[in-house]
Design a protein around this ligand. Sequence first.
Ligand SMILES: Nc1ncnc2c1ncn2[C@@H]1O[C@H](COP(=O)(O)OP(=O)(O)OP(=O)(O)O)[C@@H](O)[C@H]1O
Ligand SMILES: [Mg+2]
Length: 500
Amino acid sequence: MAQPSQVLPLQGGKVEVGETQEGNGTRPLLDIRGIDQELVEKIEYDALVWSSLHGLVVGDKSVQRSGKVPGVGMVHAPFALLPMPFPESHWKQACELAPIFNELVDRVSLDAKFLQDSLSRTKKADAFTSRLLDIHSKMVEINKKEDIRLGLLRSDYMVDEQTKLLLQIETNTISCSFPGLGCLVSDLHRSLLNHYGEFLALDSKRVPNNPAASQFVEALAKAWTEYNNPRAVVMLVVQADERNMYDQHWLSALLKEIHNVSTLRKTLAEIDAEGELLPDGTLVVGGQAIAVVYFRAGYTPNDYPSESEWRARLLMEQSSAIKCPSISYHLAGTKKIQQELVKPNVLERFVDNKEDIAKLRKCFAGLWSLDDSDIVKDAIERPGLYVMKPQREGGGNNIYGNDVREALMRLQKEGSEADAAYILMQRIFPTVSHTFLMRNGICYKDDTVSELGIYGAYLRNKEKVILNDQCGYLMRTKASSSDEGGVAAGFAVLDSLYLT
Ligand SMILES: Nc1ncnc2c1ncn2[C@@H]1O[C@H](COP(=O)(O)OP(=O)(O)OP(=O)(O)O)[C@@H](O)[C@H]1O
Ligand SMILES: [Mg+2]
């Protein structure tokens, strides 16, 4: 292992500290072009060792069984070698927004008519949303009440370079990834800075603590306690082939170790085959009573290849188990609902506190439906300024650049209801910085942009709010030439932040 004494300190002036971001411009805090190559190689080596020793790993796609059998074919998760400079004021702003978004999602989820009405045109154009709405309608018909509601959410943001505004990309209400691995990256970066910080002129204390995994686990444990059946377990709904399984296993392991709560991993098909509802509403899967259903699958149409998976989803929704998310929370996180909430006077229906409304509005980017003909016209003329989004999760589905123009013109020509499947969003242009990205043991230098996700946990039982917290963060960094941002989808790497 490289010792600090073996590496040469940087030449004065090559590393720029404590500058810019909010101040006089856009020069990066840490100009990696100035870092000595030998030093970089030592940091890389230590980082690779650290991630292997600490479980910062994913399944290796070149190993066939790596998504099925734990311990087979592991590779370090893609990560940024050093934390990304980020203004402290924006960090605080994003953290403050977390409980407000948590509460907003809960309030929206309770308004069945708002959800159904807002998504009524989308329902005709998008088969997946339509199936989700059908389940929701069935629950409305039988007057199903969710007294105990658990949200494990993540709101994603980018800082727009020109206006310096922190703008929200979206709130995810289902299967928010990387609470397990994201906090390890913060630990990794702190460890590297403890070791090499003086050579880089960086202080490990500027990397904020990231308790995402332990706080998500605490929320799951508290929900389990509210359910009040000591023999029941937490069930993770998972994909059959999941290379990001260690992110999930971290949560299961902590749940067991810290709270002595057991978990079960089941696919939707297995739940259909092994699941049943007892007369009192208890969900039993493979003979085990389920207290909490935690979805890490079920957010994409690919997860429902047959009717079997839809039956499983309905079965769980009908049960008394706590669903994370319930069908209402899932729908409240759709892009169409995000766009509806931005319209004048809509937030006021769900949020009482005027200051909270102002804080939410401040982070809203422009969002429009495709029946706004002026915006569609502008997007055809200037497609680079917009992102076109269908009602999908998991990355890789959005439309950018000239494809926006083509898609809009095609929809106009067809003249059908198909346009209701999409929304348009203002494209955000974050500051570009030069970064070291680690993938598959190789270090790449690239121009990158970053996106900050803030996790939130919300738990209530009837009128009692048990938890409403911000719980750690996820920084994702990607090549600025890439439109999409998903880590698992192969676009981005995991990162942490360095407060400036
Ligand atoms: N308005 C925007 N401006 C710039 N980039 C954007 C915008 N909206 C989305 N992106 C980029 O595309 C990525 C995916 O967008 P979005 O989060 O809307 O889709 P998703 O499929 O729900 O992804 P995820 O799985 O991360 O939730 C984002 O992480 C971000 O990098
Ligand atoms: Mg999403």
